[in-house]
Design a protein around this ligand. Structure first.
Ligand code: NAP
Length: 535
């Protein structure tokens, strides 16, 4: 069976009339609606909806507490309710596999209202009450503690049941769990049973977006943020507008950002907009990967071992930039390489799968800063060799920017709170350094903040006093939340040329895009796609 993956909107409350919510789901593009009766609580509202003319097919779910639901009544009441609602022909009924196995009596009751042995399972048409007396059965298993190693045998067991649709929902500790779930889903594409396989939580977000690539029966969404029936559920609008749901298919290549945390990342907005504009068959998703090296290596080892996942390029953000370099270095030269630029930075922010199967690590942060500086006419008025640049900070971003500036031929001086780090950076990259206290008499025509000072929520902080800013200086702030930092506000008011961190962010993303797709990045599209609070 190669039916397209359906979009299911989960409803968890009847505070807004259910019929109104179903219409909103239909208008948003949902193919069916899941009624989480255990969360909704108002049974008369549910029966009212089921008795009214059908707008979309419905899934009735009365989830028990042991599998993450909100049901507080007895099991006998729950089974009786499922049977009663089933007689109103919602279309689909979700029952836990554990409940199904518990007794012949339960199986008989469920069997009265459901098609068994897979007959007709997976058909998506809406049913009118009376037209077809039975519902498709979804037998489900939820693991609130983690993602087991034996996903395959669990799915095999479910597939031996008489349900036409089988579902597993695990808890992802990180994105490596999501990858294992996706691999299993991929292996079962086209099998006799329709499969729903997902991982809950931030680490599992990719399973919800890539469900369509790997042929899941459906993916669960919500209409509005805050209404999630399970952690990690995206909104329909996000799936469609950010991730280009309709464009995802079996051959879609997968890109993404690895970080911890990663939910706040603006990169999916920017890269997916560019992919859509260029008509590239790709999707860019967040991968929340555990913060230690072992977590990073476990994720990357899996991705490298399973090329069928289709992962072709990755952005790397905190805290994994040094981990990425180490991971590449620990692989055979035939399997991985590092550009001299990334080597100079001591960190990798971009991983690209080359056509020969090698993973290449690069660092585009410095190039992004250069691209941002080049938007300032005052910077472009002089040759790089005549530019004296004061860099505040000696962390990862400072290092990437200093390396790029030195390569351009600029004269760089580093100021950092911890003098040893400034000194080490200056020695390694052959530039000058001065104690942090001297930043107020900075030497140069260009000043770049590479510290985190001024970053949201500490928006009143600034790396140099307002009074120290000299008219005529070009000031670049790597911080991009908020879009206009206190440093940039003060610099503007004192007659400096200002460049925001968003320009650098777009610059580094554009270089990543060019590396992965071998074509110029649609920079204007990327800039417009950056959410307003970041740009
Ligand atoms: P990092 O490696 O942790 O380095 C942080 C730097 O800030 C260090 O030099 C640190 O000094 C300094 N610092 C922190 N708190 C300070 C304080 N209270 N007073 C003085 N100095 C302080 O971080 P990073 O990865 O380089 O990132 C730095 C900033 O760049 C972040 O705000 C990040 O959001 C931004 N960023 C922007 C982009 C972009 O595309 N625009 C990309 C990546 C990152 P010590 O050495 O003394 O600790």
């Amino acid at each position: 069976m190669t039916a397209r993956t359906l979009l299911a909107a989960s409803l968890t409350s009847a505070a807004i009339p259910l019929e109104q919510q179903v219409r909103a789901a239909q208008a948003a593009g949902a193919d069916l609606v899941e009624l989480r009766v255990d969360c909704i609580g108002d049974i008369s509202a549910v029966t009212g909806l089921l008795e009214a003319p059908r707008i979309l097919p419905l899934i009735v779910t009365v989830r028990c507490a042991a599998e993450g639901g909100a049901w507080t009544g007895s099991e006998a009441e729950r089974v009786a309710l499922i049977e009663r609602l089933g007689l109103l022909c919602p279309g689909y009924i979700d029952v836990e596999y554990a409940t199904w196995r518990r007794s012949a009596n339960i199986r008989q009751k469920i069997g009265l209202v459901c098609n068994l042995a897979g007959a007709g399972a997976g058909t998506h048409e809406a049913r009118t009450p009376g037209q077809h007396p039975k519902n498709e059965l979804i037998l489900s298993h939820h693991d609130l503690a983690g993602t087991p190693t034996a996903i395959a045998s669990l799915l095999d067991e479910l597939a031996a049941s008489p349900a036409g649709i089988i579902k597993v929902a695990f808890t992802a500790h990180d994105a490596a769990d999501a990858c294992r779930v996706l691999s299993e889903l991929r292996r079962r594409r086209g099998s006799a049973r329709q499969v729903i396989a997902l991982a809950m939580g931030e680490g599992g977000v990719a399973t919800r977006i890539l469900a369509r690539k790997f042929g899941a029966f459906l993916t669960y969404t919500v209409l509005r943020r805050g209404e999630e029936a399970a952690a990690g559920q995206p909104t329909i609008a996000d799936l469609k507008q950010i991730y280009g749901w309709e464009r995802i298919g079996p051959a879609t290549r997968v890109y993404g950002v690895i970080g911890w945390p990663v939910a706040h990342s603006q990169s999916p907005h920017v890269h997916n907009a560019a992919l859509a504009a260029d008509g590239i068959d790709g999707v860019y998703v967040p991968w929340a990967v555990r913060p230690d090296y072992e977590g990073f290596a476990a994720f990357m080892d899996y991705v490298a071992r399973e090329p069928e996942l289709g992962v072709a390029g990755l952005s790397v953000t905190l805290p994994h930039k040094e981990h990425a370099l180490r991971w590449l270095d620990e692989r055979e030269p035939a399997a991985a390489g590092v550009t001299p630029r990334a080597r100079r930075c001591g960190a990798v922010n971009t991983l690209a799968l080359e056509s020969d199967g090698r993973w290449l690590g690069d660092n585009t942060d410095g190039l992004g800063a250069l691209a941002a500086l080049q938007t300032a006419r005052r910077y472009m008025a002089s040759r790089p060799a005549d530019q004296r640049v004061a860099v505040l900070g000696a962390g990862g971003v400072a290092r990437a920017i200093v390396a790029a500036l030195c390569e351009e031929g600029c004269q760089v001086t580093v100021y950092n709170r911890t003098p040893q780090r400034a000194q080490a950076l200056a020695r390694e990259l052959h530039c000058a350094w001065r104690p942090w206290a001297e930043r107020v008499q900075y030497v140069g025509e260009v000043l770049i903040n590479c510290t985190s000072l001024g970053m949201w929520p500490a928006v009143d902080e600034t790396p140099v006093s307002d009074a120290a800013l000299r008219a005529g200086t070009v000031v670049l702030d790597a911080v991009y939340r908020p879009a206009e930092t206190r440093l940039l506000r003060a610099a503007r008011s004192r007659g400096c040329a200002v460049v925001g961190g968003a320009a650098m962010f777009i610059g580094q993303a554009a270089r990543q895009y060019e590396l992965w797709h071998d074509r110029p990045a649609p920079v204007e599209v990327m800039r417009r796609a950056l959410p307003a609070d970041a740009g």
